[in-house]
Write a protein that binds this ligand. Sequence first.
Ligand code: ACO
Length: 333
Amino acid sequence: MSIMDSLKAKAKADKKTIVLPESMDKRTFAAAEQILKEGIANLVIIGTPEEIAENSKGYDITGATIVDPFTDPNRQKYIDKFVELRSKKGVTPESAEEMMTKDYMYYACLMCKCGDADGAVSGACHSTGNTIRPALQLLKTKPGISSVSGFFLMEVPDCEFGDNGLFVFADCAVNTDIDSAKLAEIAGLSAESFKMFTGGEPRVAMLSYSSKGSAKHDDVTKVAEAVKIAHEKFPDIELDGELQLDAALVPEVGELKAPDSKVAGHANTLVFPSLEAGNIGYKLVQRLAKAEAYGPVLQGLSMPVNDLSRGCFAEDIVGVVAMTAVQAQLAGK
Ligand code: ACO
């Protein structure tokens, strides 16, 4: 069974309610038809009757709950919640109403915040920044977490590394400025994500262009410092660094470059030292090794909200909804 088939099965076993705010995009409805048919999640689609009628033509979305943000009986509740959460940032009832009806992602996050949905998926026709900003502003991080980050679940075909080709790569999507403390936090969250999505035990490599002091530079010190912080914060996680990618993945190289490391040569969770490295790294593996790259999945938010690539297919939306539903099952546990 592929990892996605097992995630869909997990999602079906305890169905969650996921909001799809992009009713202006036909792919939302193609995905919704499949999600409902397969029973992966209960769906709420936000849109006006005109948007729904125009873009759902040809798709059977019987069973989805349609919420018109202009006439929804819960609208005032969401405006009040928006003002409660953001009045210090200058949000008034008027501006709340305008933001919620111009950008349905705000509406979707407010539904989650008020307990009317378990998670949201957007980004087929919105940038990453515009997709995740409402979630950062309204849902905020989990207790004890300072930064949300984004990982990809990578499934590399015919691969003997990682867990038979399964990996978590992070941060590939969110944090433009990463210091040692943030890297350590990303390591802890990524280990949790690996376990949540694969069921396997994470082995976390903190990546660099140096292995165990083979090079000296502030960039190397940043990662080495992150390893120290992570060991103190998460003593139970198998984690090591700084490691070059080959030392992290290939047993013979790991043995040579970091002989005392339990992680070197066996890593399945790769924490990149910067967003550039993470973003370029996952795309290299996706394109050159023809790997499946599921994500970016956000980790560290108080409730699951996930982004899509603007080049996504309906099938990709189905996959991200399944992953969001699995995160929702475990939220708060
Ligand atoms: N974790 C938690 N909260 C955050 C984070 C974070 N990583 N980043 C910002 N916030 C909070 C801020 O504290 C702020 O809260 P407040 O309004 O209550 O004070 C709120 O989010 C908005 O923050 P800003 O800094 O004003 O938001 P901005 O829009 O500038 O930045 C964003 C946030 C969108 C995540 C930005 O960091 C970004 O654009 N990152 C890169 C995204 C990207 O382009 N990724 C690559 C493409 S994805 C791909 O290829 C798969």
